[in-house]
Design a protein around this ligand. Structure first.
Ligand SMILES: [Zn+2]
Length: 352
Protein backbone atom coordinates (compact mmCIF):
# COMPACT_ATOMS: atom_id res chain seq x y z
CA UNK A 1 0.00 0.00 0.00
CA UNK A 2 2.95 2.24 0.72
CA UNK A 3 4.06 1.84 -2.91
CA UNK A 4 0.68 3.06 -4.19
CA UNK A 5 0.77 5.96 -1.72
CA UNK A 6 4.20 6.99 -3.03
CA UNK A 7 2.99 6.75 -6.66
CA UNK A 8 -0.13 8.82 -5.86
CA UNK A 9 2.05 11.42 -4.13
CA UNK A 10 4.40 11.50 -7.14
CA UNK A 11 1.48 12.03 -9.56
CA UNK A 12 0.16 14.89 -7.42
CA UNK A 13 3.62 16.49 -7.02
CA UNK A 14 4.62 16.22 -10.69
CA UNK A 15 1.16 17.47 -11.72
CA UNK A 16 1.61 20.46 -9.42
CA UNK A 17 5.04 21.22 -10.91
CA UNK A 18 3.61 20.96 -14.44
CA UNK A 19 0.69 23.25 -13.50
CA UNK A 20 -1.86 20.53 -14.24
CA UNK A 21 -5.42 21.34 -13.16
CA UNK A 22 -6.52 19.66 -9.92
CA UNK A 23 -9.27 17.82 -11.80
CA UNK A 24 -6.74 16.17 -14.16
CA UNK A 25 -4.55 15.14 -11.21
CA UNK A 26 -7.51 13.54 -9.43
CA UNK A 27 -8.40 11.68 -12.65
CA UNK A 28 -4.88 10.21 -12.82
CA UNK A 29 -5.05 9.10 -9.19
CA UNK A 30 -8.42 7.46 -9.91
CA UNK A 31 -6.80 5.64 -12.82
CA UNK A 32 -3.97 4.48 -10.55
CA UNK A 33 -6.45 3.10 -7.99
CA UNK A 34 -8.44 1.30 -10.67
CA UNK A 35 -5.20 -0.19 -12.09
CA UNK A 36 -4.22 -1.45 -8.61
CA UNK A 37 -7.67 -2.96 -8.11
CA UNK A 38 -7.41 -4.67 -11.50
CA UNK A 39 -3.99 -6.06 -10.47
CA UNK A 40 -5.58 -7.59 -7.36
CA UNK A 41 -8.37 -9.17 -9.35
CA UNK A 42 -6.49 -10.36 -12.43
CA UNK A 43 -3.01 -11.36 -11.18
CA UNK A 44 -2.32 -14.71 -9.35
CA UNK A 45 -2.03 -14.51 -5.53
CA UNK A 46 1.76 -14.94 -5.48
CA UNK A 47 2.49 -12.30 -8.12
CA UNK A 48 5.05 -9.80 -6.70
CA UNK A 49 3.11 -6.79 -8.02
CA UNK A 50 -0.05 -8.05 -6.32
CA UNK A 51 1.70 -8.70 -2.99
CA UNK A 52 3.46 -5.31 -3.19
CA UNK A 53 0.08 -3.58 -3.55
CA UNK A 54 -1.61 -5.27 -0.59
CA UNK A 55 -2.45 -8.77 -1.83
CA UNK A 56 -6.22 -8.30 -1.59
CA UNK A 57 -8.84 -6.36 -3.53
CA UNK A 58 -11.04 -5.63 -0.50
CA UNK A 59 -9.21 -2.58 1.01
CA UNK A 60 -8.91 -1.00 -2.43
CA UNK A 61 -12.58 -1.54 -3.16
CA UNK A 62 -13.45 0.16 0.14
CA UNK A 63 -11.09 3.07 -0.61
CA UNK A 64 -12.54 3.56 -4.12
CA UNK A 65 -16.13 3.38 -2.84
CA UNK A 66 -15.33 5.88 -0.09
CA UNK A 67 -13.69 8.24 -2.63
CA UNK A 68 -16.67 7.91 -4.99
CA UNK A 69 -19.10 8.87 -2.22
CA UNK A 70 -17.04 11.99 -1.36
CA UNK A 71 -16.69 12.97 -5.06
CA UNK A 72 -20.44 12.49 -5.59
CA UNK A 73 -21.25 14.61 -2.54
CA UNK A 74 -18.95 17.42 -3.74
CA UNK A 75 -20.51 17.25 -7.22
CA UNK A 76 -23.99 17.54 -5.69
CA UNK A 77 -22.93 20.50 -3.55
CA UNK A 78 -21.47 22.24 -6.62
CA UNK A 79 -24.65 21.58 -8.60
CA UNK A 80 -26.84 22.97 -5.83
CA UNK A 81 -24.65 26.06 -5.59
CA UNK A 82 -25.00 26.71 -9.34
CA UNK A 83 -28.77 26.19 -9.12
CA UNK A 84 -28.95 28.59 -6.21
CA UNK A 85 -27.18 31.25 -8.28
CA UNK A 86 -29.79 30.73 -10.99
CA UNK A 87 -27.14 30.64 -13.70
CA UNK A 88 -25.64 27.46 -15.04
CA UNK A 89 -22.66 29.23 -16.63
CA UNK A 90 -20.47 29.85 -13.61
CA UNK A 91 -18.48 33.04 -13.96
CA UNK A 92 -16.47 34.99 -11.48
CA UNK A 93 -19.00 37.13 -9.65
CA UNK A 94 -18.19 40.82 -9.77
CA UNK A 95 -18.37 42.91 -6.65
CA UNK A 96 -21.31 45.32 -6.69
CA UNK A 97 -19.21 48.46 -6.25
CA UNK A 98 -16.41 49.54 -8.60
CA UNK A 99 -12.89 49.22 -7.24
CA UNK A 100 -10.70 52.32 -6.92
CA UNK A 101 -8.82 51.30 -10.06
CA UNK A 102 -12.06 50.94 -12.02
CA UNK A 103 -13.40 54.28 -10.79
CA UNK A 104 -10.16 55.92 -11.89
CA UNK A 105 -10.19 54.04 -15.21
CA UNK A 106 -13.75 55.08 -16.11
CA UNK A 107 -13.58 58.57 -14.56
CA UNK A 108 -13.93 60.29 -17.93
CA UNK A 109 -17.14 58.36 -18.60
CA UNK A 110 -18.54 58.86 -15.14
CA UNK A 111 -18.01 62.62 -15.40
CA UNK A 112 -20.14 62.74 -18.57
CA UNK A 113 -23.67 63.82 -17.70
CA UNK A 114 -25.22 61.33 -20.17
CA UNK A 115 -23.33 58.35 -18.73
CA UNK A 116 -22.39 58.93 -15.08
CA UNK A 117 -21.97 56.16 -12.52
CA UNK A 118 -25.32 54.63 -13.47
CA UNK A 119 -24.37 54.38 -17.13
CA UNK A 120 -20.98 52.90 -16.28
CA UNK A 121 -22.69 50.23 -14.16
CA UNK A 122 -25.02 49.49 -17.07
CA UNK A 123 -21.98 49.04 -19.28
CA UNK A 124 -20.45 46.67 -16.73
CA UNK A 125 -23.67 44.62 -16.63
CA UNK A 126 -24.05 44.63 -20.41
CA UNK A 127 -23.42 41.65 -22.67
CA UNK A 128 -22.50 42.47 -26.25
CA UNK A 129 -21.83 40.01 -29.07
CA UNK A 130 -19.57 41.03 -31.97
CA UNK A 131 -19.71 39.01 -35.17
CA UNK A 132 -16.36 39.12 -36.95
CA UNK A 133 -12.99 40.01 -35.41
CA UNK A 134 -11.76 41.66 -38.62
CA UNK A 135 -11.60 45.26 -39.85
CA UNK A 136 -14.80 46.52 -38.20
CA UNK A 137 -14.57 44.17 -35.22
CA UNK A 138 -11.02 45.32 -34.39
CA UNK A 139 -11.80 48.88 -33.25
CA UNK A 140 -15.29 47.98 -32.01
CA UNK A 141 -13.93 45.22 -29.74
CA UNK A 142 -11.07 47.36 -28.43
CA UNK A 143 -13.33 50.31 -27.59
CA UNK A 144 -16.01 48.10 -26.02
CA UNK A 145 -13.34 46.50 -23.83
CA UNK A 146 -11.83 49.89 -23.00
CA UNK A 147 -15.27 51.32 -22.19
CA UNK A 148 -15.78 48.59 -19.60
CA UNK A 149 -18.54 46.51 -21.24
CA UNK A 150 -18.73 43.64 -18.74
CA UNK A 151 -19.18 40.68 -21.09
CA UNK A 152 -18.05 40.75 -24.71
CA UNK A 153 -18.59 37.73 -26.96
CA UNK A 154 -16.85 37.50 -30.32
CA UNK A 155 -17.41 34.94 -33.02
CA UNK A 156 -15.15 34.34 -36.02
CA UNK A 157 -13.57 31.26 -37.59
CA UNK A 158 -10.64 32.96 -39.37
CA UNK A 159 -6.98 33.04 -38.43
CA UNK A 160 -4.82 36.17 -38.46
CA UNK A 161 -3.11 36.70 -41.81
CA UNK A 162 -0.35 39.02 -42.89
CA UNK A 163 -2.72 40.88 -45.26
CA UNK A 164 -5.16 41.61 -42.39
CA UNK A 165 -2.69 43.79 -40.51
CA UNK A 166 -3.03 46.78 -42.87
CA UNK A 167 -6.29 47.56 -41.03
CA UNK A 168 -7.15 44.96 -38.33
CA UNK A 169 -5.25 46.68 -35.55
CA UNK A 170 -6.48 44.40 -32.75
CA UNK A 171 -4.12 41.69 -34.09
CA UNK A 172 -0.36 41.78 -34.30
CA UNK A 173 2.48 40.53 -36.47
CA UNK A 174 3.51 38.06 -33.76
CA UNK A 175 0.01 36.54 -33.76
CA UNK A 176 -0.16 35.69 -37.49
CA UNK A 177 -1.62 32.18 -37.77
CA UNK A 178 -3.52 32.41 -34.47
CA UNK A 179 -7.34 32.16 -34.53
CA UNK A 180 -8.62 35.75 -34.67
CA UNK A 181 -10.88 35.39 -31.64
CA UNK A 182 -7.97 34.37 -29.40
CA UNK A 183 -5.69 37.06 -30.81
CA UNK A 184 -8.44 39.65 -30.19
CA UNK A 185 -9.02 38.27 -26.69
CA UNK A 186 -5.30 38.73 -25.91
CA UNK A 187 -5.41 42.39 -26.99
CA UNK A 188 -8.68 43.12 -25.17
CA UNK A 189 -7.57 41.54 -21.90
CA UNK A 190 -4.26 43.41 -22.15
CA UNK A 191 -6.20 46.68 -22.51
CA UNK A 192 -8.77 45.96 -19.80
CA UNK A 193 -8.49 42.97 -17.45
CA UNK A 194 -11.80 43.96 -15.81
CA UNK A 195 -13.93 42.68 -18.69
CA UNK A 196 -14.98 39.11 -19.51
CA UNK A 197 -14.18 38.09 -23.08
CA UNK A 198 -15.90 35.06 -24.59
CA UNK A 199 -14.24 33.91 -27.82
CA UNK A 200 -16.18 31.57 -30.14
CA UNK A 201 -13.73 30.20 -32.69
CA UNK A 202 -16.35 29.15 -35.22
CA UNK A 203 -18.60 30.39 -37.97
CA UNK A 204 -22.06 31.72 -37.12
CA UNK A 205 -24.57 29.08 -38.23
CA UNK A 206 -28.35 28.88 -37.98
CA UNK A 207 -27.99 26.02 -35.49
CA UNK A 208 -26.23 28.15 -32.89
CA UNK A 209 -27.45 31.68 -33.74
CA UNK A 210 -30.66 31.66 -31.67
CA UNK A 211 -29.11 30.33 -28.47
CA UNK A 212 -26.09 32.60 -28.85
CA UNK A 213 -28.07 35.80 -29.49
CA UNK A 214 -30.45 35.07 -26.61
CA UNK A 215 -27.44 35.26 -24.32
CA UNK A 216 -26.58 38.87 -25.27
CA UNK A 217 -28.26 42.28 -25.03
CA UNK A 218 -27.25 43.44 -28.47
CA UNK A 219 -25.25 42.33 -31.48
CA UNK A 220 -22.67 44.13 -33.61
CA UNK A 221 -22.28 42.86 -37.15
CA UNK A 222 -18.88 43.45 -38.72
CA UNK A 223 -18.81 40.54 -41.14
CA UNK A 224 -17.67 40.73 -44.72
CA UNK A 225 -20.10 38.34 -46.38
CA UNK A 226 -23.77 38.60 -47.20
CA UNK A 227 -24.76 35.09 -46.11
CA UNK A 228 -23.65 35.82 -42.52
CA UNK A 229 -25.26 39.29 -42.60
CA UNK A 230 -28.67 37.87 -43.51
CA UNK A 231 -28.27 35.05 -40.98
CA UNK A 232 -27.29 37.50 -38.21
CA UNK A 233 -30.16 39.84 -39.10
CA UNK A 234 -32.78 37.08 -39.03
CA UNK A 235 -31.49 35.74 -35.71
CA UNK A 236 -31.38 39.25 -34.18
CA UNK A 237 -35.00 39.89 -35.25
CA UNK A 238 -36.12 36.51 -33.85
CA UNK A 239 -34.37 37.24 -30.55
CA UNK A 240 -35.66 40.84 -30.47
CA UNK A 241 -32.10 42.16 -30.21
CA UNK A 242 -30.88 45.39 -31.84
CA UNK A 243 -28.27 44.84 -34.56
CA UNK A 244 -25.63 47.52 -35.04
CA UNK A 245 -24.38 46.93 -38.53
CA UNK A 246 -21.38 48.38 -40.35
CA UNK A 247 -20.19 47.80 -43.91
CA UNK A 248 -17.32 48.96 -46.11
CA UNK A 249 -16.40 49.26 -49.75
CA UNK A 250 -13.05 50.71 -50.84
CA UNK A 251 -13.35 54.36 -49.60
CA UNK A 252 -16.91 54.31 -48.33
CA UNK A 253 -18.45 53.06 -45.12
CA UNK A 254 -21.98 52.88 -43.75
CA UNK A 255 -23.58 52.22 -40.40
CA UNK A 256 -27.09 51.81 -39.02
CA UNK A 257 -28.90 50.41 -35.97
CA UNK A 258 -31.41 47.82 -37.20
CA UNK A 259 -34.06 47.37 -34.54
CA UNK A 260 -37.57 46.29 -35.65
CA UNK A 261 -38.53 45.75 -31.99
CA UNK A 262 -38.43 49.56 -31.68
CA UNK A 263 -40.03 50.45 -35.00
CA UNK A 264 -36.83 50.65 -37.04
CA UNK A 265 -36.25 48.57 -40.17
CA UNK A 266 -34.15 45.40 -40.21
CA UNK A 267 -31.21 44.79 -42.53
CA UNK A 268 -33.35 42.83 -44.98
CA UNK A 269 -35.91 45.66 -45.21
CA UNK A 270 -33.15 47.81 -46.74
CA UNK A 271 -31.24 45.12 -48.62
CA UNK A 272 -33.97 42.65 -49.69
CA UNK A 273 -31.55 40.35 -51.44
CA UNK A 274 -27.81 39.94 -51.71
CA UNK A 275 -26.30 41.50 -54.82
CA UNK A 276 -25.48 39.28 -57.77
CA UNK A 277 -21.99 37.79 -57.78
CA UNK A 278 -19.41 40.37 -58.85
CA UNK A 279 -21.63 43.41 -58.14
CA UNK A 280 -20.46 43.74 -54.54
CA UNK A 281 -16.84 42.64 -54.47
CA UNK A 282 -15.26 41.82 -51.10
CA UNK A 283 -12.47 43.88 -49.53
CA UNK A 284 -9.98 41.30 -50.79
CA UNK A 285 -11.22 41.76 -54.38
CA UNK A 286 -11.87 45.52 -54.42
CA UNK A 287 -9.46 46.82 -51.77
CA UNK A 288 -10.26 48.93 -48.72
CA UNK A 289 -8.61 51.93 -47.11
CA UNK A 290 -6.82 50.85 -43.89
CA UNK A 291 -8.22 53.49 -41.48
CA UNK A 292 -11.80 53.28 -42.89
CA UNK A 293 -12.89 50.29 -40.76
CA UNK A 294 -11.38 52.23 -37.84
CA UNK A 295 -13.88 55.06 -38.43
CA UNK A 296 -16.96 52.86 -38.91
CA UNK A 297 -16.00 50.23 -36.30
CA UNK A 298 -15.46 52.95 -33.68
CA UNK A 299 -18.87 54.42 -34.58
CA UNK A 300 -20.42 50.99 -34.02
CA UNK A 301 -18.90 51.00 -30.50
CA UNK A 302 -20.29 54.55 -29.99
CA UNK A 303 -23.83 53.40 -30.89
CA UNK A 304 -23.43 50.36 -28.61
CA UNK A 305 -22.40 52.53 -25.63
CA UNK A 306 -25.31 54.92 -26.35
CA UNK A 307 -27.75 52.03 -26.58
CA UNK A 308 -26.62 50.49 -23.27
CA UNK A 309 -26.47 53.77 -21.33
CA UNK A 310 -29.50 55.41 -22.94
CA UNK A 311 -27.43 58.46 -23.97
CA UNK A 312 -28.39 60.55 -27.01
CA UNK A 313 -30.32 59.36 -30.05
CA UNK A 314 -29.51 56.13 -31.83
CA UNK A 315 -29.17 55.73 -35.59
CA UNK A 316 -32.44 53.80 -35.70
CA UNK A 317 -34.24 54.28 -38.99
CA UNK A 318 -31.20 56.15 -40.29
CA UNK A 319 -28.11 55.17 -42.20
CA UNK A 320 -24.93 57.21 -42.06
CA UNK A 321 -22.69 57.04 -45.09
CA UNK A 322 -19.09 58.22 -44.90
CA UNK A 323 -17.17 58.94 -48.09
CA UNK A 324 -13.54 59.01 -47.02
CA UNK A 325 -12.26 60.04 -50.45
CA UNK A 326 -14.08 63.39 -50.28
CA UNK A 327 -14.30 63.70 -46.49
CA UNK A 328 -18.10 63.77 -46.66
CA UNK A 329 -20.79 62.24 -44.51
CA UNK A 330 -24.50 62.07 -45.20
CA UNK A 331 -27.41 60.57 -43.37
CA UNK A 332 -30.39 59.03 -45.09
CA UNK A 333 -33.69 58.00 -43.56
CA UNK A 334 -34.53 54.31 -43.97
CA UNK A 335 -37.93 52.71 -43.51
CA UNK A 336 -39.33 49.30 -42.70
CA UNK A 337 -40.60 47.24 -45.56
CA UNK A 338 -44.09 46.04 -44.58
CA UNK A 339 -43.65 42.92 -46.71
CA UNK A 340 -40.16 42.14 -45.37
CA UNK A 341 -39.87 38.34 -45.03
CA UNK A 342 -37.89 38.72 -41.80
CA UNK A 343 -39.60 41.43 -39.74
CA UNK A 344 -42.71 42.46 -41.70
CA UNK A 345 -45.94 40.97 -42.91
CA UNK A 346 -43.95 38.72 -45.20
CA UNK A 347 -42.71 36.96 -42.09
CA UNK A 348 -46.14 35.48 -41.42
CA UNK A 349 -46.50 34.46 -45.03
CA UNK A 350 -43.11 32.76 -44.87
CA UNK A 351 -44.05 30.88 -41.69
CA UNK A 352 -47.35 29.67 -43.22
ZN1 LIG B 1 -37.22 43.71 -42.20
Amino acid sequence: MLLVGVMGGAIWGIGHLMDMPTKARWSMIWLLLVAVLMAQVVLPADNPLRTATGGSAAPWLILIAFGAVIAGYRQLLGYLRVRADGDVAVETPRPEAFSETELDRYARHIILREIGGTGQKRLRDARILVIGAGGLGAPALMYLAGAGVGTIGLIDDDTVENANLQRQIIHSDARIGMPKVFSAETAMKALNPFVTVRPYNRRLTDEIADDLFADYDLVLDGTDNFATRYRANAAAVRAGRPLISGALTQWEGQISVFDPAHGAPCYQCIFPESPADGLAPSCAEAGVLGPLPGVIGAMMAVEAVKLITGAGTLMRGEMLIYDALYGETRKIGIQSNPTCPVCGAGQKAAVV
